[in-house]
Design a protein around this ligand. Structure first.
Ligand code: ZN
Length: 320
């Protein structure tokens, strides 16, 4: 087996001779690395785990309770609600679910504000999110720093004439329990710009991943189970000397055995073979606060959260 691996390594140059890029493969190693790289270009990747502490249910999970009200629609399977074909036939269940998911009264979490702080410190190359809850925008991250890989509720479009609509416009209809119909062509259904199964990911996703990942000096993955493609495989797009930190409740996205045998660059490697991958197991907010503390921004992060939450509370009081 060793001989085969050696042969493959020579012939195919598949094996990384990855030098140790971190002094130690631990959170301390990552913190030292950030401190020592003055213009460290960081990419953050996030999934539902950064929004759960805001009270947003993980809507893709049938156990979230959101699906209970849908029995009367006779869905062929629960995920059908997020399939384009089904939506074209019957958009009603989707909008019923949307009513419960609409970003209303939710506030961004410490993880969101940590990402904003990375941006303010000039360290954020880009934030890639699987979330459609718009909390990154609400946390004050500028749209140019943000890639909403699975789309967003922030805007919508008529499926027939492509006329654009805003979140407040769609929200009004959805809360009334009316299916939003286009006011331009009077025919099409207005669909929020979230990516349904069967739809292409936004062009911005493809364009920017090609550009960003090769440049990154550090990748931080938070609260994603790294199963939905192509998002999950973005972790393989950084250079082989780019450290990768996973902040999550469990280890995910690991290299499988075949790839390991072949020495393919696929998946995260949390053992001594890798000099660059670190898993920090716990809640995203705690991991982010720990990083901020160790980088000397701990109080700044707490102040930012307090100030921004007060501002959002005041806005909500004004509205109601
Ligand atoms: Zn239309």
């Amino acid at each position: 087996m060793e001989r085969i691996q050696k042969y493959l390594a020579q012939k195919l140059r598949l094996f990384d001779s990855s030098e140790k890029v971190l002094r130690e493969p631990s959170i301390t190693g990552i913190i030292d690395y950030i401190k020592e790289n003055e213009n460290c270009k960081i990419i953050t990747m996030a999934g539902a785990g950064i929004s759960t502490s805001a009270g947003i249910p993980d809507f893709r999970s049938p156990s979230s309770g959101l699906y209970h009200n849908l029995a009367k629609y006779n869905l062929p399977h629960p995920q059908a609600i997020f399939e384009l074909d089904f939506f074209m036939e019957n958009p009603e269940p989707f909008f019923m679910l949307a009513k419960e998911l609409l970003p209303e009264g939710f506030k961004p979490t410490p993880s969101h504000y940590f990402i904003r702080l990375l941006w303010e410190k000039g360290l954020l190359l880009r934030h890639y999110t699987q979330n459609i809850d718009t909390l990154e925008r609400m946390a004050g991250l500028p749209p140019e720093k943000l890639v909403e890989a699975h789309g967003t509720f922030h805007t919508g479009r008529c499926l027939k004439c492509r006329a654009p609509y805003t979140l407040p416009w769609m929200k009004e209809k959805i809360i009334e329990g009316v299916i939003p119909k286009c006011e331009e062509c009077n025919e099409g259904v207005v669909k929020p710009d979230i990516v349904l199964f069967g739809e292409m990911l936004p062009e911005r996703f493809h364009y920017l991943t090609d550009r960003d990942f090769a440049q990154a000096d550090l990748l931080i993955i938070m609260g994603s189970s790294l199963v939905v493609q192509p998002f999950a495989s973005l972790v393989d797009r950084v250079r082989s000397d780019c450290p990768r930190l996973l902040i999550n409740k469990e280890k995910v996205g690991m290299q499988d055995r075949l790839s390991r045998f072949l020495g393919l660059r696929q998946g995260l490697i949390f053992d001594e073979r890798s000099g660059r991958d670190v898993a920090w197991i716990g809640a995203c907010d705690a991991g982010c606060q720990l990083l901020a503390d160790e980088l000397g921004w701990g109080d700044e992060l707490k102040d930012l959260i307090k100030k921004e939450h007060e501002r959002l509370d005041a806005e909500n009081t004004k509205k109601n």
